[in-house]
Design a protein around this ligand. Sequence first.
Ligand code: KG4
Ligand code: ZN
Length: 346
Amino acid sequence: NEGPLILGIETSCDETGVGIVRGQTLLADAIASSVEEHARFGGVVPEVASRAHLEAMVPTIRRACETAGIKPSDVDAVAVTSGPGLAGALLVGVAAAKGLALSLDKPIYGVNHLAAHVAVDTLEHGDLPKGCVAMLVSGGHSSLLAVHDITDITDGVVPMGNTIDDAAGEAFDKVARVLGLPFPGGPYIDKAARDGGDRLYVKFPRGLTSPRDLERHRFDFSFSGLKTAVARWVEAKRRDGEDVPVNHVAAAFQEAVCDVLTRKAIDACKDRGFEHLLIGGGVAANSRLRVMAEERAAAAGIAVRVPRPGLCTDNGAMVAALGSELVRAGKAPSPLHLPADSSMPI
Ligand code: KG4
Ligand code: ZN
């Protein structure tokens, strides 16, 4: 029973997540997802997501409290994702958190969703290293960040690099669509590749890795050329009336993404002299990325920290985890009128 008891609320996209942590111990991680409702549209429909959050919010808070064996009035503070994300979806979570904080007379902490993807690792591996490179790979972001202290990340960190076009998860989702796999595509590509996919079947392009590109974009990513290359390759096969070997294409595409991500992440660690690489966000659940990062980092003398797959994709525990770090660091809470900021920078 060490540390503050924090309830965290996440509603930035299509998962209604409510997590409860005590210090760095996870007590509950309740999730309701509207993904099924979006699947037939091939992407998240903001209006549908907002309505689903509204319906799921109270039951999910109840379920988290039951699992943790606490009453809402036991919590020391409420944390909530205040950005970035879908504006309407964020508003539901922020409004719920304010109602809870106000009625319980407890402080509220508005947190950055991307920072929370990093902070969630504390629930599995304890305090974060004092200096590390964090690679954030999700449906909306692909960034390399030099993190000194996670509780300062909310005050703004200039990323070492970003994607200049599609995010890594977005590329997974778009390529999955080309291959006729369901939405969201990341987990399906991962599975197709694992089911006998040949990673070396085709060599797809590695964006921004030529010597010329590296001069200007050493730590940036680009995945739209890769996505187009896969789409062209698949179209050509279909035009010739040939079968598309989905497992092989999935594996070869995944290999290209993971190759670039791990190479640049390790280069970033070397550039900063950091011995720790932390990986977070939905794409960090990818099985090939986890293995490749581990192997390549080990060869470079760098330790990798990546939370278990269930904590990589969006959830409430990550918000509670960052809230807990902020409280433990003695950070001031947010004003009760805190806004939701859909384009909040890291
Ligand atoms: O972090 P997240 O749950 O939501 C955002 O903040 O965007 O990330 C969602 C993204 C989706 O693009 C999804 O396809 C991808 O993470 N993803 C994966 C895997 N699991 C989820 N991508 C590759 N392999 C996976 N196993
Ligand atoms: Zn996320």
